[in-house]
Structure formats: structure tokens, C-alpha cells
Design a binder for this molecule. Structure first.
Ligand code: C5P
Length: 224
């Protein structure tokens, strides 16, 4: 189950990222690098991280089809195992991204459907998320980032092999911080989440390694 955990490396710099990587060691399979860390530290950080872990490059590309396709090629050349685009970019952009990703069979291409910070009403967000998941599936992408609460419905519409990557994971008495629609690791697995993105509950724990192990053992308890 630890191979389904993606730790969001929301830290300040490369030194902190590598320290966390070493602390976690093999208690997690994946590390997620977002805009802040990538803009600050660039490709050299990625090549360090891919030596020990699978890497999800979370840059949410959203541009004209040609530019996004070129960005996907650059991401593939870095050797990351997952990259994402914003489904709001529309069908031509998603198709161009999917075509570019074919050159990297070991890299999963997923789409962000609706940002959790979007102010659209909840029912509308679910409707748009489902429409965009379908669009991503039809364009040949491997899956989406979504909330645990949408994962089961997305699987129903797009098929069980369509990957769901879910942030908003909290358990026990943890602070929910800015996450609105949370779920614990057991619930996430039971709702069909393939990968759990976990940031602060691991990064800010007294023992990040123990927190990761705790999440993995809760995932093992899932009735699936
Ligand atoms: O600290 P926490 O566990 O809330 O971190 C969740 C991670 O998932 C962060 O890196 C955040 O940017 C990312 N994310 C999210 N919601 C989305 C997409 C990405 O929380 N819809």
C-alpha cells in the first residue's frame, strides 16, 4: 500500500526536499513536486528524486496544444512517472498532450478536473469534474486528480482502470487546514482511489516515516 502514497513535497528548497526524501526512504513509493519547488530548483532536483522514488511532476500544464505537447515531452525526458495537465484546456489540448505522452510509456498522464479552490457551487463542480474526466478519458489520458468523494463516480463513468489520484487525506484528529472535502486513507481506498496525495499530515508529523506507515496500514484495512 505504501506504493500508493504520494508525498506532496511542499517544502522550501532542494535541501529540505532531499532531507524529507531520505527521512521517508522506502516508507512511500512516490514523491510529488509542485510548481513552487520546481520553479525554485528545476530539473536537477527531479533527477535526484527519481534515483530513489517515482516522481509525480504536478505542474498542471494549461496552454495551447503545441506548447503543452512540448512541455509533456520535456517532462518525459526528465524521467518522471506521472505528469498532469488541466482538463480545462479543452479537447485539442488534451489530445495533443496524450499524443506527446505516448513516446514515454512509463509515464502516466493525468488531468486536473476542477481546482478545489474554484468557487463554483458543489453540485456544479461535481458535474464539471465528471464531464472533464470523460473528456480526459476520451482523449486517451490515464486518469484524473479528484476528491475521494468524486472517485467512485468517476470510476463508474470512465471505467475502473481510469486512475484516480486524491488529495485531501486526513486521519485521526489531524487539522484539516485548507482542505474542504477530506477522507481518511481507508475511506480513500474503499472509494476507489488509486493514489493518495498526502502533504502536511506527513511533512508536519513528529515522525514523517511513522505517519506514512500509519497511513499505509489504514489503507490495508480497506474492505475492497
Ligand atoms: O498538505 P495536504 O495533504 O493538504 O497537501 C495536498 C497536496 O495536494 C498539495 O500539494 C496540494 O497542492 C495538492 N492538491 C490539492 N487539491 C487539488 C489538487 C492538488 O490539495 N485539487
Amino acid at each position: 500500500m505504501h506504493n500508493k502514497i504520494m508525498v506532496a513535497l511542499d517544502v522550501n528548497n532542494k535541501a529540505e526536499a532531499l532531507t524529507m526524501r531520505d527521512t521517508l526512504a522506502d516508507s512511500v513509493g512516490w514523491l510529488k513536486v509542485g510548481l513552487r519547488l520546481f520553479v525554485a530548483e528545476g530539473p536537477s532536483l527531479i533527477s535526484d528524486l527519481t534515483k530513489t522514488h517515482k516522481v509525480f511532476l504536478d505542474l498542471k500544464f494549461h496552454d495551447i496544444p503545441n506548447t503543452v505537447a512540448q512541455a509533456i515531452e520535456s517532462a518525459g525526458s526528465l524521467g518522471v512517472q506521472m505528469v498532469n495537465v488541466h482538463a480545462g484546456g479543452g479537447q485539442p489540448m488534451l489530445e495533443a498532450a496524450s499524443k506527446a505522452a505516448k513516446a514515454f510509456p512509463d509515464m502516466l498522464l493525468i488531468a486536473v478536473t476542477v481546482l478545489t479552490s474554484d468557487t463554483m457551487p458543489k453540485e456544479q463542480a461535481l458535474k464539471v469534474a465528471l464531464e472533464r474526466a470523460k473528456l480526459a478519458k476520451d482523449a486517451g489520458l490515464d486518469g484524473v486528480v479528484c476528491s475521494v468523494h468524486e472517485a467512485a463516480q468517476i470510476k463508474k463513468v470512465c471505467g475502473k482502470d481510469f486512475i484516480t489520484v486524491t488529495p485531501g487525506i486526513r486521519w485521526g484528529n489531524q487539522d484539516t487546514q485548507d482542505q474542504k472535502r477530506i477522507a481518511d486513507p481507508k475511506m480513500a481506498v474503499e472509494n476507489g482511489s488509486d493514489y493518495l496525495v498526502i502533504g502536511r499530515p506527513i511533512l508536519q508529523a513528529d515522525s514523517p516515516k511513522n505517519a506514512a506507515k500509519e497511513a499505509a496500514s489504514m489503507m490495508e484495512e480497506a474492505n475492497i
